[in-house]
Write a protein that binds this ligand. Sequence first.
Ligand code: BES
Ligand code: MN
Ligand code: MN
Length: 463
Amino acid sequence: MEKTQKYISQHNSRFLEELMNLLRIPSISADPKYKENVMDCAVALKEGFDKMGLDKTEVITTNGHPIVYGEKIVDINLPTILIYGHYDVQPADPLDLWHSDPFDPQIKKTEIHPEGAIFARGACDDKGQMFMHVKAIESMIMEKELSCNVKLMIEGEEEIGSENLGFFVQENKEKLKADIILVSDTGMLANDVPSITTGLRGLSYVEIEVTGPNRDLHSGLYGGCVANPINILNKMIASLQDENNQITIPGFYDKVLVLSSEERNEMAKAPFSEQKYCAALDIDAVVGEKEYSTMERGSIRPSLDVNGIWGGYIGEGAKTVIPSKANAKISMRLVPNQDPDEITELFKTHFESIAPKGVSVEVKPHHGAHPSVTPIDSIGYKAASMAYEKTFAKKPIPVRSGGSIPIVAMFEKELGLKTILMGFGLDSDAIHSPNEHYGVFNFKKGIQTIPYFFKYFRELNTK
Ligand code: BES
Ligand code: MN
Ligand code: MN
Protein backbone atom coordinates (compact mmCIF):
# COMPACT_ATOMS: atom_id res chain seq x y z
CA MET A 1 0.00 0.00 0.00
CA GLU A 2 3.01 2.30 0.16
CA LYS A 3 2.80 3.36 -3.46
CA THR A 4 -0.93 4.05 -3.07
CA GLN A 5 -0.32 6.13 0.05
CA LYS A 6 2.37 8.11 -1.71
CA TYR A 7 0.04 8.75 -4.66
CA ILE A 8 -2.63 10.00 -2.23
CA SER A 9 -0.23 12.47 -0.61
CA GLN A 10 0.99 13.73 -3.97
CA HIS A 11 -2.48 14.18 -5.45
CA ASN A 12 -4.45 15.29 -2.40
CA SER A 13 -4.82 18.93 -3.45
CA ARG A 14 -6.15 17.88 -6.85
CA PHE A 15 -8.60 15.53 -5.08
CA LEU A 16 -9.83 18.48 -3.04
CA GLU A 17 -10.26 20.64 -6.15
CA GLU A 18 -12.22 17.90 -7.88
CA LEU A 19 -14.47 17.58 -4.84
CA MET A 20 -15.07 21.35 -4.89
CA ASN A 21 -16.14 21.07 -8.53
CA LEU A 22 -18.75 18.46 -7.58
CA LEU A 23 -19.90 20.63 -4.67
CA ARG A 24 -20.56 23.52 -7.08
CA ILE A 25 -23.38 21.51 -8.68
CA PRO A 26 -26.63 21.98 -6.70
CA SER A 27 -27.81 18.36 -6.94
CA ILE A 28 -30.84 18.80 -4.67
CA SER A 29 -32.97 15.70 -5.16
CA ALA A 30 -36.05 16.91 -3.28
CA ASP A 31 -36.72 19.96 -5.47
CA PRO A 32 -37.78 19.34 -9.11
CA LYS A 33 -36.27 22.74 -10.03
CA TYR A 34 -32.83 21.13 -9.73
CA LYS A 35 -33.52 18.04 -11.84
CA GLU A 36 -31.00 19.05 -14.52
CA ASN A 37 -28.34 19.85 -11.93
CA VAL A 38 -28.78 16.41 -10.43
CA MET A 39 -28.23 14.92 -13.90
CA ASP A 40 -25.18 17.16 -14.46
CA CYS A 41 -23.68 15.87 -11.25
CA ALA A 42 -24.26 12.25 -12.32
CA VAL A 43 -22.59 12.92 -15.67
CA ALA A 44 -19.62 14.64 -14.01
CA LEU A 45 -19.13 11.63 -11.75
CA LYS A 46 -19.31 9.21 -14.64
CA GLU A 47 -16.71 11.22 -16.57
CA GLY A 48 -14.44 10.92 -13.55
CA PHE A 49 -15.03 7.17 -13.48
CA ASP A 50 -13.98 6.93 -17.15
CA LYS A 51 -10.85 8.98 -16.59
CA MET A 52 -9.60 6.80 -13.75
CA GLY A 53 -10.03 3.63 -15.76
CA LEU A 54 -13.19 2.06 -14.36
CA ASP A 55 -15.07 -0.31 -16.66
CA LYS A 56 -18.76 -0.56 -17.58
CA THR A 57 -19.30 3.03 -16.47
CA GLU A 58 -22.86 4.17 -16.90
CA VAL A 59 -25.36 6.84 -15.96
CA ILE A 60 -28.41 4.68 -15.33
CA THR A 61 -31.68 6.54 -15.64
CA THR A 62 -34.57 5.64 -13.33
CA ASN A 63 -38.08 6.95 -12.77
CA GLY A 64 -36.38 9.52 -10.57
CA HIS A 65 -32.77 10.67 -10.53
CA PRO A 66 -30.00 8.59 -12.14
CA ILE A 67 -27.61 6.07 -10.60
CA VAL A 68 -23.91 6.21 -11.53
CA TYR A 69 -22.11 2.90 -11.90
CA GLY A 70 -18.58 1.71 -12.61
CA GLU A 71 -16.48 -1.36 -11.79
CA LYS A 72 -13.01 -2.82 -11.91
CA ILE A 73 -12.74 -6.58 -11.87
CA VAL A 74 -9.09 -7.48 -11.40
CA ASP A 75 -9.53 -11.23 -10.89
CA ILE A 76 -12.82 -13.10 -10.54
CA ASN A 77 -11.28 -15.22 -7.77
CA LEU A 78 -10.75 -12.18 -5.55
CA PRO A 79 -13.41 -10.84 -3.20
CA THR A 80 -15.63 -8.04 -4.55
CA ILE A 81 -16.44 -4.87 -2.64
CA LEU A 82 -19.56 -2.92 -3.58
CA ILE A 83 -19.22 0.75 -2.71
CA TYR A 84 -22.43 2.73 -2.19
CA GLY A 85 -22.79 6.47 -1.71
CA HIS A 86 -25.03 9.33 -2.79
CA TYR A 87 -24.35 12.46 -4.82
CA ASP A 88 -27.70 14.12 -4.08
CA VAL A 89 -27.89 16.71 -1.33
CA GLN A 90 -30.46 18.25 0.98
CA PRO A 91 -31.98 21.64 0.11
CA ALA A 92 -29.75 24.46 1.38
CA ASP A 93 -32.38 26.62 3.09
CA PRO A 94 -32.55 28.65 5.22
CA LEU A 95 -30.09 30.42 2.91
CA ASP A 96 -29.64 33.55 5.02
CA LEU A 97 -28.02 31.52 7.79
CA TRP A 98 -25.10 30.45 5.59
CA HIS A 99 -21.89 32.45 6.02
CA SER A 100 -20.93 31.69 2.41
CA ASP A 101 -22.82 30.43 -0.65
CA PRO A 102 -23.75 26.76 -0.08
CA PHE A 103 -22.75 25.94 -3.67
CA ASP A 104 -19.54 27.96 -3.73
CA PRO A 105 -17.30 25.79 -1.54
CA GLN A 106 -14.84 27.64 0.71
CA ILE A 107 -12.11 26.22 2.92
CA LYS A 108 -12.11 27.81 6.37
CA LYS A 109 -10.38 26.89 9.62
CA THR A 110 -12.50 26.05 12.68
CA GLU A 111 -11.69 25.08 16.25
CA ILE A 112 -12.46 21.43 15.53
CA HIS A 113 -10.85 21.52 12.09
CA PRO A 114 -7.56 23.43 12.51
CA GLU A 115 -6.40 22.16 9.09
CA GLY A 116 -9.51 23.67 7.52
CA ALA A 117 -12.90 22.40 6.47
CA ILE A 118 -14.78 22.67 3.18
CA PHE A 119 -18.01 24.60 3.68
CA ALA A 120 -20.74 23.64 1.18
CA ARG A 121 -24.01 21.76 1.01
CA GLY A 122 -23.09 18.08 0.59
CA ALA A 123 -19.48 18.57 1.72
CA CYS A 124 -19.89 15.83 4.33
CA ASP A 125 -23.28 14.33 3.37
CA ASP A 126 -22.35 12.73 1.14
CA LYS A 127 -20.26 14.10 -1.74
CA GLY A 128 -17.12 14.51 0.35
CA GLN A 129 -17.38 11.05 1.88
CA MET A 130 -18.50 9.29 -1.30
CA PHE A 131 -15.65 10.92 -3.23
CA MET A 132 -13.05 9.53 -0.80
CA HIS A 133 -13.84 6.10 -2.25
CA VAL A 134 -13.55 7.32 -5.81
CA LYS A 135 -10.13 8.81 -5.11
CA ALA A 136 -8.91 5.86 -3.00
CA ILE A 137 -9.82 3.54 -5.87
CA GLU A 138 -8.18 5.82 -8.42
CA SER A 139 -5.01 5.73 -6.32
CA MET A 140 -5.04 1.94 -6.06
CA ILE A 141 -5.70 1.51 -9.79
CA MET A 142 -2.95 3.95 -10.79
CA GLU A 143 -0.40 2.25 -8.53
CA LYS A 144 -1.58 -1.26 -9.48
CA GLU A 145 -2.39 -2.04 -5.86
CA LEU A 146 -6.13 -2.71 -6.16
CA SER A 147 -6.38 -5.84 -4.03
CA CYS A 148 -10.09 -6.64 -4.46
CA ASN A 149 -12.61 -6.30 -7.27
CA VAL A 150 -14.69 -3.19 -6.88
CA LYS A 151 -18.14 -2.04 -7.98
CA LEU A 152 -19.20 1.57 -7.38
CA MET A 153 -22.85 2.52 -7.25
CA ILE A 154 -23.57 6.16 -6.41
CA GLU A 155 -27.20 7.23 -6.34
CA GLY A 156 -29.09 10.51 -6.59
CA GLU A 157 -32.11 9.88 -4.36
CA GLU A 158 -30.84 8.95 -0.89
CA GLU A 159 -32.16 12.13 0.67
CA ILE A 160 -35.65 11.35 -0.64
CA GLY A 161 -35.81 7.70 0.39
CA SER A 162 -33.97 5.69 -2.33
CA GLU A 163 -37.16 4.21 -3.73
CA ASN A 164 -35.92 3.85 -7.32
CA LEU A 165 -32.58 2.46 -6.19
CA GLY A 166 -34.57 -0.16 -4.29
CA PHE A 167 -36.18 -1.30 -7.55
CA PHE A 168 -32.81 -1.23 -9.31
CA VAL A 169 -31.24 -3.47 -6.66
CA GLN A 170 -34.13 -5.93 -6.88
CA GLU A 171 -33.72 -6.16 -10.65
CA ASN A 172 -29.91 -6.28 -10.82
CA LYS A 173 -28.86 -8.83 -8.25
CA GLU A 174 -26.34 -10.47 -10.59
CA LYS A 175 -24.73 -7.19 -11.63
CA LEU A 176 -24.37 -6.15 -8.00
CA LYS A 177 -23.05 -9.49 -6.77
CA ALA A 178 -20.36 -8.84 -4.16
CA ASP A 179 -18.95 -10.08 -0.86
CA ILE A 180 -19.45 -6.96 1.21
CA ILE A 181 -20.86 -3.45 0.91
CA LEU A 182 -18.80 -0.47 2.00
CA VAL A 183 -20.33 2.93 2.70
CA SER A 184 -19.02 6.24 4.04
CA ASP A 185 -22.14 8.23 4.90
CA THR A 186 -22.05 8.28 8.70
CA GLY A 187 -19.82 9.81 11.34
CA MET A 188 -17.19 9.07 13.94
CA LEU A 189 -16.86 10.22 17.55
CA ALA A 190 -13.97 12.66 17.07
CA ASN A 191 -10.86 13.10 14.94
CA ASP A 192 -8.81 11.44 17.66
CA VAL A 193 -11.55 8.95 18.67
CA PRO A 194 -12.18 6.82 15.58
CA SER A 195 -15.38 4.76 15.56
CA ILE A 196 -17.26 2.50 13.20
CA THR A 197 -21.04 2.67 12.88
CA THR A 198 -22.62 -0.71 13.63
CA GLY A 199 -26.28 0.20 13.36
CA LEU A 200 -28.70 2.65 11.79
CA ARG A 201 -32.22 3.55 12.83
CA GLY A 202 -35.17 3.07 10.53
CA LEU A 203 -37.76 5.69 9.72
CA SER A 204 -41.50 6.13 9.48
CA TYR A 205 -42.64 9.53 8.20
CA VAL A 206 -46.18 10.84 8.14
CA GLU A 207 -47.95 14.04 7.21
CA ILE A 208 -51.09 15.09 9.04
CA GLU A 209 -53.99 17.33 8.15
CA VAL A 210 -56.59 18.36 10.70
CA THR A 211 -59.68 20.02 9.25
CA GLY A 212 -62.27 21.93 11.27
CA PRO A 213 -64.80 24.45 9.86
CA ASN A 214 -65.10 24.72 6.07
CA ARG A 215 -63.47 28.20 6.04
CA ASP A 216 -61.29 30.42 8.20
CA LEU A 217 -63.54 32.09 10.79
CA HIS A 218 -63.60 35.36 12.76
CA SER A 219 -62.05 34.37 16.10
CA GLY A 220 -64.37 36.78 17.93
CA LEU A 221 -67.61 35.58 16.41
CA TYR A 222 -66.73 31.90 16.60
CA GLY A 223 -63.99 31.75 19.28
CA GLY A 224 -65.01 29.36 22.05
CA CYS A 225 -67.74 27.75 19.96
CA VAL A 226 -65.96 25.53 17.42
CA ALA A 227 -62.91 23.28 17.48
CA ASN A 228 -59.77 25.14 16.39
CA PRO A 229 -57.70 22.70 14.26
CA ILE A 230 -54.40 24.17 15.49
CA ASN A 231 -55.37 23.83 19.15
CA ILE A 232 -56.57 20.28 18.51
CA LEU A 233 -53.50 19.27 16.50
CA ASN A 234 -51.24 20.49 19.29
CA LYS A 235 -53.16 18.58 21.94
CA MET A 236 -53.09 15.43 19.84
CA ILE A 237 -49.36 15.71 19.22
CA ALA A 238 -48.67 16.44 22.89
CA SER A 239 -50.50 13.25 23.85
CA LEU A 240 -48.12 11.13 21.76
CA GLN A 241 -45.52 11.22 24.54
CA ASP A 242 -46.10 10.63 28.25
CA GLU A 243 -44.43 12.18 31.29
CA ASN A 244 -41.47 9.78 30.91
CA ASN A 245 -41.07 10.75 27.25
CA GLN A 246 -42.27 7.36 26.14
CA ILE A 247 -44.34 7.13 22.98
CA THR A 248 -47.99 6.37 23.74
CA ILE A 249 -49.05 4.77 20.43
CA PRO A 250 -50.42 1.33 21.38
CA GLY A 251 -48.09 -1.44 20.19
CA PHE A 252 -45.29 0.99 19.28
CA TYR A 253 -42.67 -0.74 21.46
CA ASP A 254 -43.91 -4.32 20.94
CA LYS A 255 -41.14 -5.36 18.55
CA VAL A 256 -38.34 -3.21 19.95
CA LEU A 257 -35.30 -5.37 20.54
CA VAL A 258 -34.18 -4.87 24.12
CA LEU A 259 -30.43 -4.79 24.63
CA SER A 260 -28.85 -6.87 27.40
CA SER A 261 -27.26 -5.00 30.28
CA GLU A 262 -23.94 -6.36 29.01
CA GLU A 263 -24.46 -4.67 25.64
CA ARG A 264 -25.57 -1.46 27.33
CA ASN A 265 -22.50 -1.47 29.56
CA GLU A 266 -20.32 -1.94 26.52
CA MET A 267 -22.02 1.01 24.83
CA ALA A 268 -21.55 3.19 27.88
CA LYS A 269 -17.77 2.89 27.49
CA ALA A 270 -17.77 5.19 24.48
CA PRO A 271 -16.63 8.64 25.58
CA PHE A 272 -19.50 11.10 25.97
CA SER A 273 -19.69 14.41 27.78
CA GLU A 274 -23.18 15.68 28.46
CA GLN A 275 -21.76 19.07 29.28
CA LYS A 276 -19.96 19.36 25.94
CA TYR A 277 -23.03 18.02 24.14
CA CYS A 278 -25.21 20.74 25.70
CA ALA A 279 -22.63 23.44 25.13
CA ALA A 280 -22.35 22.56 21.42
CA LEU A 281 -26.12 23.01 21.04
CA ASP A 282 -26.57 25.95 23.44
CA ILE A 283 -29.10 24.06 25.54
CA ASP A 284 -29.22 23.84 29.34
CA ALA A 285 -30.36 20.22 29.59
CA VAL A 286 -30.87 17.05 27.57
CA VAL A 287 -34.41 15.66 27.37
CA GLY A 288 -35.47 12.14 26.51
CA GLU A 289 -36.86 8.79 27.53
CA LYS A 290 -36.51 8.03 31.23
CA GLU A 291 -33.96 5.40 32.28
CA TYR A 292 -31.84 5.78 29.14
CA SER A 293 -28.63 7.71 28.49
CA THR A 294 -28.38 10.32 25.73
CA MET A 295 -26.26 7.92 23.62
CA GLU A 296 -28.94 5.25 23.99
CA ARG A 297 -31.82 7.61 23.31
CA GLY A 298 -30.20 8.58 20.03
CA SER A 299 -29.35 5.09 18.77
CA ILE A 300 -30.93 1.99 20.32
CA ARG A 301 -34.27 3.59 21.29
CA PRO A 302 -36.96 4.81 18.92
CA SER A 303 -38.08 8.45 18.86
CA LEU A 304 -40.90 10.65 17.57
CA ASP A 305 -40.49 14.24 16.45
CA VAL A 306 -42.53 16.93 14.76
CA ASN A 307 -40.46 18.14 11.79
CA GLY A 308 -42.74 20.95 10.76
CA ILE A 309 -46.11 22.41 11.72
CA TRP A 310 -48.19 25.03 10.00
CA GLY A 311 -51.60 26.63 9.72
CA GLY A 312 -53.42 29.89 10.40
CA TYR A 313 -52.03 33.39 10.12
CA ILE A 314 -48.27 33.87 10.38
CA GLY A 315 -47.88 37.18 8.51
CA GLU A 316 -47.14 40.64 9.91
CA GLY A 317 -49.19 41.91 12.84
CA ALA A 318 -52.31 40.25 14.22
CA LYS A 319 -55.16 38.72 12.30
CA THR A 320 -58.02 37.41 14.40
CA VAL A 321 -58.85 34.12 12.80
CA ILE A 322 -59.73 30.50 13.53
CA PRO A 323 -58.10 28.53 10.73
CA SER A 324 -59.93 25.88 8.81
CA LYS A 325 -56.90 23.57 8.71
CA ALA A 326 -53.71 22.68 10.59
CA ASN A 327 -50.88 20.46 9.36
CA ALA A 328 -47.78 18.73 10.66
CA LYS A 329 -45.00 16.45 9.49
CA ILE A 330 -43.83 13.81 11.94
CA SER A 331 -40.83 11.47 11.82
CA MET A 332 -40.39 8.36 13.91
CA ARG A 333 -36.91 6.83 14.14
CA LEU A 334 -37.11 3.07 14.50
CA VAL A 335 -34.83 0.40 15.93
CA PRO A 336 -34.52 -3.35 15.31
CA ASN A 337 -37.00 -5.13 14.90
CA GLN A 338 -39.59 -2.41 14.26
CA ASP A 339 -41.10 -2.40 10.78
CA PRO A 340 -41.71 1.01 9.16
CA ASP A 341 -44.95 -0.01 7.43
CA GLU A 342 -46.35 -1.53 10.62
CA ILE A 343 -45.39 1.54 12.64
CA THR A 344 -46.95 3.87 10.07
CA GLU A 345 -50.16 1.83 10.28
CA LEU A 346 -50.13 1.88 14.10
CA PHE A 347 -49.63 5.65 14.01
CA LYS A 348 -52.45 6.19 11.54
CA THR A 349 -54.93 4.03 13.44
CA HIS A 350 -54.04 5.63 16.76
CA PHE A 351 -53.98 9.21 15.53
CA GLU A 352 -57.32 8.90 13.79
CA SER A 353 -58.81 7.24 16.88
CA ILE A 354 -57.87 10.14 19.18
CA ALA A 355 -59.39 12.80 16.93
CA PRO A 356 -62.10 14.57 18.92
CA LYS A 357 -65.54 15.47 17.56
CA GLY A 358 -65.55 18.72 15.59
CA VAL A 359 -62.54 17.97 13.36
CA SER A 360 -61.53 15.36 10.82
CA VAL A 361 -58.01 13.98 10.64
CA GLU A 362 -56.07 12.64 7.68
CA VAL A 363 -52.70 10.83 7.98
CA LYS A 364 -50.61 10.49 4.82
CA PRO A 365 -47.58 8.16 4.89
CA HIS A 366 -44.27 9.22 3.26
CA HIS A 367 -41.13 7.16 2.59
CA GLY A 368 -39.76 4.86 5.25
CA ALA A 369 -36.62 2.91 6.07
CA HIS A 370 -35.87 -0.30 7.91
CA PRO A 371 -33.30 -0.25 10.71
CA SER A 372 -30.09 -2.26 10.39
CA VAL A 373 -27.20 -3.64 12.46
CA THR A 374 -23.74 -4.97 11.55
CA PRO A 375 -22.15 -7.62 13.79
CA ILE A 376 -18.63 -6.80 15.00
CA ASP A 377 -17.39 -10.39 14.74
CA SER A 378 -17.59 -10.41 10.93
CA ILE A 379 -14.63 -10.31 8.52
CA GLY A 380 -15.87 -7.02 7.13
CA TYR A 381 -15.95 -5.33 10.54
CA LYS A 382 -12.52 -6.72 11.40
CA ALA A 383 -11.02 -5.48 8.14
CA ALA A 384 -12.45 -2.01 8.81
CA SER A 385 -11.21 -2.04 12.39
CA MET A 386 -7.69 -3.00 11.27
CA ALA A 387 -7.74 -0.28 8.61
CA TYR A 388 -8.60 2.43 11.18
CA GLU A 389 -5.99 1.07 13.55
CA LYS A 390 -3.41 1.43 10.80
CA THR A 391 -4.18 5.08 9.94
CA PHE A 392 -5.33 6.42 13.34
CA ALA A 393 -2.97 4.29 15.48
CA LYS A 394 -6.03 3.59 17.65
CA LYS A 395 -8.59 0.82 17.69
CA PRO A 396 -11.97 2.21 16.57
CA ILE A 397 -14.99 1.96 18.88
CA PRO A 398 -18.18 0.35 17.56
CA VAL A 399 -21.07 2.84 17.84
CA ARG A 400 -24.71 2.63 16.81
CA SER A 401 -26.01 5.69 15.05
CA GLY A 402 -29.38 7.41 15.07
CA GLY A 403 -29.58 8.32 11.39
CA SER A 404 -31.02 6.27 8.54
CA ILE A 405 -29.74 5.06 5.18
CA PRO A 406 -32.75 3.35 3.59
CA ILE A 407 -30.86 1.15 1.13
CA VAL A 408 -28.73 -0.60 3.78
CA ALA A 409 -31.53 -2.89 5.03
CA MET A 410 -32.56 -3.41 1.41
CA PHE A 411 -29.04 -4.61 0.52
CA GLU A 412 -29.30 -7.18 3.25
CA LYS A 413 -32.74 -8.35 2.19
CA GLU A 414 -32.19 -8.41 -1.58
CA LEU A 415 -28.46 -9.19 -1.90
CA GLY A 416 -27.91 -10.97 1.42
CA LEU A 417 -25.02 -8.63 2.16
CA LYS A 418 -24.00 -6.76 5.28
CA THR A 419 -22.83 -3.17 5.02
CA ILE A 420 -19.72 -1.79 6.70
CA LEU A 421 -20.27 1.85 7.61
CA MET A 422 -16.89 3.57 7.56
CA GLY A 423 -18.02 7.13 8.23
CA PHE A 424 -15.55 9.98 8.71
CA GLY A 425 -17.90 12.91 9.43
CA LEU A 426 -18.36 14.59 12.80
CA ASP A 427 -21.66 15.46 14.49
CA SER A 428 -20.50 19.08 14.47
CA ASP A 429 -20.20 19.07 10.65
CA ALA A 430 -23.78 20.40 10.46
CA ILE A 431 -25.17 17.98 7.86
CA HIS A 432 -28.66 19.03 6.67
CA SER A 433 -28.06 22.37 8.46
CA PRO A 434 -26.72 25.74 7.29
CA ASN A 435 -22.91 25.86 7.04
CA GLU A 436 -22.42 22.15 6.47
CA HIS A 437 -18.71 21.37 6.27
CA TYR A 438 -16.23 18.52 6.07
CA GLY A 439 -12.72 18.49 7.52
CA VAL A 440 -9.81 18.47 5.10
CA PHE A 441 -8.18 16.11 7.61
CA ASN A 442 -11.21 13.79 7.50
CA PHE A 443 -11.30 13.77 3.70
CA LYS A 444 -7.64 12.80 3.46
CA LYS A 445 -7.81 10.32 6.33
CA GLY A 446 -10.71 8.57 4.66
CA ILE A 447 -8.85 8.26 1.35
CA GLN A 448 -5.87 6.84 3.23
CA THR A 449 -7.91 4.38 5.30
CA ILE A 450 -10.05 2.87 2.52
CA PRO A 451 -7.16 1.11 0.68
CA TYR A 452 -6.28 -0.70 3.92
CA PHE A 453 -9.84 -1.99 4.13
CA PHE A 454 -9.32 -3.51 0.67
CA LYS A 455 -6.00 -5.04 1.75
CA TYR A 456 -7.25 -6.53 5.01
CA PHE A 457 -10.56 -7.67 3.56
CA ARG A 458 -8.66 -9.67 0.95
CA GLU A 459 -6.23 -11.07 3.52
CA LEU A 460 -8.97 -12.12 5.95
CA ASN A 461 -10.95 -13.72 3.12
CA THR A 462 -8.11 -15.89 1.91
CA LYS A 463 -7.16 -17.08 5.39
N1 BES B 1 -25.99 10.30 5.76
C1 BES B 1 -27.30 10.47 6.32
C2 BES B 1 -27.60 9.49 7.43
C3 BES B 1 -26.66 9.48 8.61
C4 BES B 1 -25.96 10.62 8.99
C5 BES B 1 -26.53 8.34 9.33
C6 BES B 1 -25.10 10.57 10.08
C7 BES B 1 -25.70 8.29 10.42
C8 BES B 1 -24.98 9.42 10.78
C9 BES B 1 -28.32 10.34 5.21
O1 BES B 1 -27.98 11.09 4.08
C10 BES B 1 -29.64 10.88 5.68
O2 BES B 1 -29.73 12.03 5.95
N2 BES B 1 -30.63 10.02 5.73
C11 BES B 1 -31.98 10.40 5.97
C12 BES B 1 -32.85 9.31 5.43
C13 BES B 1 -34.19 9.73 4.93
C14 BES B 1 -34.18 10.88 4.00
C15 BES B 1 -34.92 8.55 4.34
C16 BES B 1 -32.21 10.61 7.45
O3 BES B 1 -31.59 9.94 8.30
O4 BES B 1 -33.02 11.48 7.77
MN1 MN C 1 -26.03 10.79 3.56
MN1 MN D 1 -28.53 13.20 4.52
